[in-house]
Design a protein around this ligand. Structure first.
Ligand SMILES: [Cu+2]
Length: 381
């Protein structure tokens, strides 16, 4: 049972002063009983760091890395301003930055604002070790955060060493500037559209059983507001042929991405496209239209692969001029189910998915495998 305290819509007056866009609608969500992470703003560096509590990563064994999903933690934003980029990292008990592979993924969720295509909490950031350090021009585009805004943060950590790795802290470093000035000109929000929206399967798992041969999985939804897409990318698993984002009302294919493969034929990454040009911010999105995400697989193994499929597009969106980004309806069944999944112990969910996870491309003896399929455990994004 989740208890959501004080459902009070608040106008973020401070934000209205910066940029041209109206302040987002904000719903203050309690969740006070969650453990608190820390937030530190360093104005001279232009960085806002959200750092999680230390956790011990279990030892790995010869055939298995140690892994742990952190408890979900709450963190309050200390200063109003704008995010224009980020990186994720993990540090050991001495504060030394660990190899990025120790951090499997890190997610930041905004429980007070909704997703564009579903009434669930906004996925503000979903970074994995492959994400790198994406950024936008801070004069042009920024994602607004306000002082006192409560965010949720969760990560999964790995340890290939044969001993416990103690006191590891995962963190996200936002490139951040204080609000109040005339820039950025555009307020941007992260968005996702998943083939298993709005809440996924048991425990919120967004991966699905992949049948043999060619298969197509899709999901359609209408956006909460109109606006402009400035960027798009996505995530798929091995054997994916392509991932597509379509205006189902007009039939127009807005984006199609084919996975970039590694030397073993596994999925290495998906291409990312920025739609904005010097004279045009991107692709218009109309709230009266329906949009569709489709992932197409060709599974050559002749067998159904449990949790083998996944398809999600994600990117950056600018609400139309004068449009306020919507808050959440905390009484909505999908919102509540999704939040309950996020608050669950990710290790029980992870183990369940792990038991069924597969390694399509086994590395040759002595070869380091960069591509890992235990990502099934991560797929509650
Ligand atoms: Cu996945």
């Amino acid at each position: 049972m989740i208890r959501i305290r004080s459902l009070l819509p608040v106008a973020a007056a401070a934000l209205a002063a910066c940029g041209g866009a109206p302040a987002p609608e904000i719903v203050q969500v309690g969740l006070d009983s969650l453990p608190a992470a820390t937030a530190t703003f360093d104005e001279s560096r232009g960085e806002l760091v959200l750092e999680m509590n230390p956790i011990d990563i279990p030892a790995g064994s010869a055939d298995h890395e140690g892994m742990i999903v952190t408890p979900i933690q709450r963190v309050d934003v200390p200063v109003t301003g704008f995010v224009s980029g980020f990186r994720v990292e993990a540090v050991d008990a001495n504060g030394t930055i660990l190899p990025i592979a120790r951090l499997h993924h890190l997610n930041v969720i905004d429980p007070g604002r909704r997703e564009l295509f579903a009434p669930i909490a906004l996925r503000l950031l979903a970074a994995s070790k492959e994400t790198g350090s994406p950024s936008v021009n801070p004069m042009l585009v920024g994602m607004p955060l306000w002082e006192g805004q409560r965010l949720l943060i969760k990560a999964m950590l790995h340890n290939p060493e044969p001993q416990v790795l103690p006191g590891v802290k995962a963190r996200v470093v936002f490139t951040f500037r204080k609000g109040g000035g005339p820039t950025p000109f555009f307020h941007a929000y992260a968005w996702q559209l998943d083939t298993k929206f709005p809440v996924g399967g048991d425990g919120g798992i967004k991966s699905f059983d992949l049948p043999p041969g060619r298969s197509e999985t899709s999901y359609e939804a209408q956006p909460a507001v109109s606006g402009t897409l400035v960027g798009i990318g996505g995530h798929v698993h091995d054997f994916a042929k392509y991932l597509e984002f379509t205006d189902a009302t007009t039939g127009e294919v807005i984006w199609r991405g084919e996975p970039i493969l590694d030397s073993l034929g596994g999925v290495k990454e998906m291409p990312v496209q920025r739609f904005y040009r010097w004279n045009r911010m991107g692709v218009p999105i109309d709230r009266s239209h329906t949009y569709r995400v489709t992932v197409v697989y060709d599974n050559p193994t002749g067998q159904t692969i449990p949790f083998g499929g996944m398809g999600v597009v994600a990117g950056l969106f600018l609400p139309a001029r004068g449009t306020r980004w919507p808050g959440v309806d905390t009484t909505n069944a999908d919102y509540r189910a999704d939040l309950a999944n996020q608050l669950m112990d990710g290790n029980s969910v992870g183990e369940m998915a792990m038991m069924h996870s597969h390694h399509v491309h086994q590395p040759a003896a002595g070869e380091e495998e960069e591509h890992d399929d235990d990502a099934a455990a991560a797929h509650r994004h």
